[in-house]
Write a protein that binds this ligand. Sequence first.
Ligand code: 0PR
Length: 385
Amino acid sequence: MIPKEGMNEEEVLAELEERFKIDLTFNSGKILGSMCTYPHPLAQKIIQKYIDRNLGDPGLHKGSKKIEEEAVQMLGELLHLKKAYGNIVSGGTEANILAVRAFRNISDVENPELILPKSAHFSFLKASDLLRVKLVWAELNEDYSVNVKDVESKITDSTIGIVGIAGTTGLGVVDDIPSLSDIAVDYGIPLHVDAAFGGFVIPFAKALGYELPDFDFKLKGVQSVTIDPHKMGMAPIPAGGIVFRKKKYMDAINVLAPYLAGGQIFQATITGTRPGANAIAVWALLKHLGFEGYKRVVKEAMENAYWFAEQIKALDGVYLIREPMLNIVSFGSKKLKKLEGELKARGWGISAHRGYIRIVMMPHVKREHLEEFLKDLREILRKVL
Ligand code: 0PR
């Protein structure tokens, strides 16, 4: 209810504090199943400072627009692309929708089909519904990566694009993108890589010596990549990234916005009015942390993942779903529902909806939090087994 006379600021803030006692917080170390994290302190300053910038009307905020372009360019460079086209968007969902939209719009087929792994994120269901593109699901191998032969067998004259995933939502699996790229080139079909999670992990993990497949614009068939700063990039929500190899994809989704206060522009994004501050924060974090800064974050996350996987293997009553490729470790159990309930009752932010519990080693997840979690898990297992 809107009060007739407004409450004073202190009262409003006090009420919110009270209300939020039930929320889990990243800094408590209790959230283990999320791909978000507590944003970097520099990003918080930037959001506060530039809170009014609207990239929906870039003629008013020309500096912000330039910064967004530079942020997209830096994401492109991270992904081995010299000249990048794209936007900082609201998240991986919007980025994936834009890629499908671009692929559909450059094609002239009547009943468009998109081939994607069964492990793909549900954002493609939204893309399919919005854009009237039929989803053709490709089988997975035993290691949960997409079966490339099955992808190839599903190509038809109606195929407008193929999707590969670099860091699946559930298990952090990186598909065999090099083989998908070869197929894409052979058949002349664009390949989109959903690296919403892996985009801010794989380049740094590779530099640290982890053996992971190539996944980006190094591969000729890759025409677009989703890479989300608001996941492992430590940027505040909302900040997703869509990067295209060629201008033609942007041209295919640009819509004329003719009457804005800052003058006529083209918008490729789904959202109109959109936060400039978040794109500025992405730029600032890339500049401030640099390649080495992100590498340090990824080093800790990867080490935690490998350590945690060993701990799970040593426990009776739970089993690893597969060896980690990135900083995600998922485990199953015959008593999964029971485990989930007990762990949640102890305040852990986890879920078990895909048949396993997924632990994401985000930057806020420290070794001591994992040790606490394992202590609880051992106690619960002793009780339920
Ligand atoms: N692509 C992949 C591979 C993803 O994992 C996700 C989200 C998306 C696209 C969509 O990204 P947006 O959510 O930014 O639109 N994956 C996480 C998931 O569904 C999102 C998430 C984040 C879930 C924080 C929970 C959470 O606390 O698991």
